[in-house]
Design a binder for this molecule. Structure first.
Ligand code: PMP
Length: 369
């Protein structure tokens, strides 16, 4: 039997989402937090011994929600916890998108919005960012008017560019569209500006956050959505039961109970990012984009060679290709590692460019700064 003939049309031409997992000594390719705290890990391991692994987990992730509610000053029933914010993206689209409905977002942005939308049968409309990777606000508003999207996704700060959308513009988008507006604040802790205070004001607003980035729990898969109670009720209709394992709930609780341990790390990552950014800016062959995340996007005509050189030296960064990646052509995204990792990276980049400059065919032009 040809099972392929039975696959839904929208799914047929999708490829499995296989994040590139590269063995490297220094991993700066997935916007993780490399400042792992042994103390925090020990606390998690200790707490795990009390888990009743023979029983189903709390489907409601109540303990995690209580801690989040306290911190965020919202009520527990405004929070939905997902197996990573990835799952929440999928749940939001499953709840609102009928076959052929339109979802509006920017390009480049986080790829899972479009992939998940395709799976649920929606059509994705992408408004290109400007050449400096800022939102083209007027084009975006025009697109809202033209296509009447049902759902809008805004990554703020944006992965992979690091850029942000001014609050007033997001408010206008929430007010003037008849859409569910999702503000994905996966990198909020590095930016510190949020739309969270407006979830009680706008019933069509959803704020997404995660413990994968600043909190260093990418392996535990904990994301959360905060919205009006009405919205949370809707999202709970499409939430798979027991979506967060008891082990992950424990890890999340311990992490949230000890968040003071993480706060110092966030400050250090921001400081390191600023320092690395300054160093990179000194290189004339690299264009550095301002980033409010825990990563920096750069553009250089030697992106592929630099990526390969770094990889050969044991450092993985994210390469976006040099052909069909649109605005990301010749770009590399570098996650901020710990101090030693960042210094090693910078040393290697300097070595690479000092070698390149001896090459008579070396061209310096990348434009902008
Ligand atoms: N949103 C954005 C903008 C991201 O960059 C990521 C991770 N790369 C996610 C959501 C998903 O994060 P997670 O599923 O680990 O919570």
């Amino acid at each position: 039997m040809m099972i392929n003939t039975l696959v839904r049309n929208k799914v047929k031409d999708l490829s499995p989402y296989n994040p590139i997992q590269i063995e490297s000594l220094i991993k700066l390719d997935a916007n993780e937090n490399n400042y792992t705290s042994t103390l925090l890990t020990q606390k998690i391991v200790k707490a795990l011994t009390d888990v009743k692994i023979n029983q189903y987990p709390d489907s409601n992730a109540d303990g995690v929600k209580s801690l989040l509610a306290q911190r965020l000053k919202v009520s527990k029933d405004q929070i939905v916890v997902g197996c990573g914010s990835d799952q929440l993206i999928f749940m939001i689209l499953s709840a609102f998108i009928n076959e052929g409905d339109k979802m509006l977002t920017t390009t480049p942005t986080f790829s899972m919005y479009k992939i998940s939308n395709k799976i649920v049968g929606g059509e994705t409309i992408e408004v290109p960012l400007k050449e400096d990777f800022k939102l083209d606000y007027f084009q975006f508003m025009r697109a809202i008017k033209k296509v009447s999207p049902k759902v809008i996704f805004l990554s703020n700060p944006n992965n992979p560019t690091g850029g942000v959308i001014p609050r007033e513009q997001i408010i206008k988008i929430v007010e003037l569209s008849n859409a569910i507006v999702v503000v994905d604040e996966a990198y909020y802790e590095f930016y510190q500006e949020s739309m969270m205070d407006l979830v009680n004001y706008y019933p069509n607003l959803i704020v997404l956050r995660t413990l994968s980035k600043a909190y260093g729990l990418a392996g535990a898969r904990i994301g959360y959505a905060v919205a009006s109670k009405e919205m949370s009720n809707i999202l709970n209709k499409v939430k798979p039961p027991y979506n967060i394992s008891s082990l992950d709930q424990v890890a999340a609780r311990v992490c949230l109970e000890n968040c003071q341990m993480v706060e110092g790390v966030i400050a250090e990552i921001i400081e390191e990012k600023n320092r690395l950014s300054q160093e990179l800016t000194k290189l004339t062959s690299i264009r550095v984009y301002e980033s409010y995340g825990n990563f920096i996007l750069i553009k250089t005509i030697n992106a592929k060679e630099l990526y390969q050189f770094l990889l050969n030296e044991g450092v993985a960064v994210r390469y976006f290709g040099n052909g069909n990646e649109g605005l990301l052509t010749d770009c590399l995204r570098i996650s901020i590692g710990n101090k030693i990792e960042n210094r090693t990276l910078m040393k290697l980049i300097n070595t690479f460019y000092s070698k390149e400059q001896q090459n008579p065919f070396f061209s310096l032009k990348v434009g902008g700064s």
